[in-house]
Design a protein around this ligand. Structure first.
Ligand SMILES: *[C@@H]1O[C@H](CO)[C@@H](O)[C@H](O)[C@H]1NC(C)=O
Ligand SMILES: *[C@@H]1O[C@H](CO)[C@@H](O)[C@H](O)[C@H]1NC(C)=O
Ligand SMILES: *[C@@H]1O[C@H](CO)[C@@H](O)[C@H](O)[C@H]1NC(C)=O
Length: 463
């Protein structure tokens, strides 16, 4: 069936002329999406053993994943254990910078965060699996028994500039009397929950509102600062009728010409919107525009022409930014930052449901692990949309678009995913063996590399 799938693609996608390697990456994503992202993105709360994915599909994924074994990879050595002095010094320096800022924070200079390397860091994260109460179960690697801790001691060092450590104080002061919202899929939620934990290390948030299954809509308030952080579920940004496996609907029906008012209607009240989507475009979808089906991804069972998802992704992003700009200029024109987090790569290395699906314990070195074709295209789409959105909005409009360009730095962190620790004590105290176990190699452990996304967010809002 894998072969059929590939043939179908080659036959039906005449425009899609890709070199073989790129094509394999593309097909891999399509299949991982089919069999697992699917599962992971939809049923994160199911207990293990209730897998909705049939064994045959698992085998297909395994076949394609193993076809994509990359060149031998070197890993960074683990950082030396911090000596107490060293630790203090690092702590002093970084905290000094964080806490000793003047009332008026000077705007940091522009920085290209997409080029850099992970460097050892002695300072521990600002929170841990027990100190923060809002970590989603599936991402609480510490509480779920992940034994290694080396993945916590790295910081991103951009090549041409400095990325200061996260300062909860600076962020909360900036957010005083403001409202920041995350809008998107489960990676948006992952980043939102990281920010909540980082800020909670300074001031406790209160849950002010909650709605929807899986806490899809939430609002938190940091009373001391009257600072609001909300989370909106909107995996395509535009309107969608989500698939319902139980009712036999395995495709999302996405409406490119209709906006998702669940968050769009709140725009006027927001000072910052962080949009983060991408992975849901890789799973089966039918795309509508003007009452017609214009695209269909993973459509073997429907009477529509199969297309890729890059075009509709670009379309959804561009239309969303254009609509944000339109509503901004119609409204009171409250100053606003709209930041888009670029695609966050997954790191499956073998069978997704076996021990060791993302087993690495250290980051890759700079330049050692190139970006896959899909990741690179998804990132580029966002970066270009931000650039053209900014041109269209114009300076002086009070509306600023920015890309949180995390794709490259996230690509170098195969060690940062929950893997089997998406479930508590996955090996039940016994040895790992080669038994079947669910692995999350898409989302990020908390604390973990996703905290760096918010270090960049802080620099972005201050700018
Ligand atoms: C987590 O952080 C709290 C508060 O800082 C601390 O008391 C606790 O020892 C930490 N736990 C771990 C496992 O590091
Ligand atoms: C609190 O913050 C909200 C924005 O989230 C703002 O509209 C409101 O005016 C603020 N309250 C005060 C007392 O400043
Ligand atoms: C599929 O679509 C074509 C063209 O619209 C139509 O002629 C054909 O009857 C359809 N087949 C099925 C099985 O619906």
């Amino acid at each position: 069936m894998v072969t059929n799938f590939l043939q179908k693609y080659q036959l039906q996608n005449h425009q899609l002329i890709l070199p073989k390697k790129q094509f394999i990456t593309y097909a891999l994503y399509a299949l991982v999406a089919l069999a697992f992202l699917h599962y992971l993105l939809f049923y994160p709360a199911l207990a293990s053993g209730k897998s909705v994915v049939v064994a045959q599909v698992q085998e297909e994924v395994a076949a394609v994943v193993s076809a994509r074994v990359d060149a031998p990879e070197q890993l960074l050595p683990l950082p030396p254990p911090p000596s107490p002095n060293q630790g203090d010094k690092a702590l002093g320096n970084r905290q000094g910078r964080a806490l000793g800022f003047p009332e008026e924070v000077p705007a940091p200079p522009p920085c290209d965060y997409s080029d850099g390397e992970w460097a050892p860091e002695a300072r521990p994260p600002l929170y841990n699996g027990t100190s923060c109460g809002t970590i989603k179960d599936g991402q609480n690697c510490m509480a779920h028994g992940r034994p290694d801790t080396g993945y916590l001691y790295w910081r991103w060092r951009p090549r041409g500039c400095d990325l200061p450590a996260f300062s909860p104080e600076a962020f909360l002061r900036w957010l005083r009397n403001k409202h920041l919202a995350f809008v998107g899929d489960s990676l948006a939620r992952n980043q939102a929950e990281s920010l909540l934990c980082l800020l909670a290390s300074r001031s406790p948030p209160e849950l002010a509102y909650r709605d929807g299954e899986e806490n899809r809509f939430r609002r938190f308030v940091f009373r001391e600062f009257n600072a609001t952080v909300s989370v909106f579920w909107s995996p395509f940004l535009v309107k969608v009728a989500e698939k319902a496996e139980h009712a036999g609907v395995r495709h999302n029906n996405v409406f490119l010409d209709a906006f998702d008012e669940r968050w769009m209607s709140q725009l006027g009240a927001l000072d910052v919107a962080v949009l983060s989507v991408g992975h849901w475009f890789l799973i089966p979808g039918v795309y509508h525009d003007g009452g017609r089906v214009v695209a269909c991804h993973d459509c073997a069972d429907l009477n529509h022409t199969e297309t890729d998802f890059f075009g509709v992704f670009r379309d959804a992003i561009h239309r969303t930014l254009a609509e944000v700009t339109r509503r901004h200029s119609d409204g009171a024109g409250k100053k606003k930052v709209v930041a888009l987090t670029t695609f966050s790569p997954a790191h499956f290395e073998g069978d997704w449901d076996k021990t060791g699906a993302c087993p690495k314990k250290r980051p890759y070195r700079a330049g050692e692990k190139g970006l896959g074709y899909t990741e690179s295209e998804m990132r580029k789409t966002v970066v270009e949309a931000v650039r053209s959105g900014a041109d269209a909005a114009g300076a002086g409009s009070g509306l600023r678009f920015a890309a949180l360009d995390v794709t490259a730095l996230a690509n170098l962190r195969p060690d940062g995913h929950p893997g089997p620790y998406m479930n508590k004590d996955p090996f039940g105290g016994g040895g790992a063996g080669d038994r079947r176990v669910q692995n999350d190699c898409v989302h990020w452990c908390m604390p973990g590399p996703v905290d760096t996304f918010n270090e960049i967010l802080l620099q972005t809002v201050l700018r």
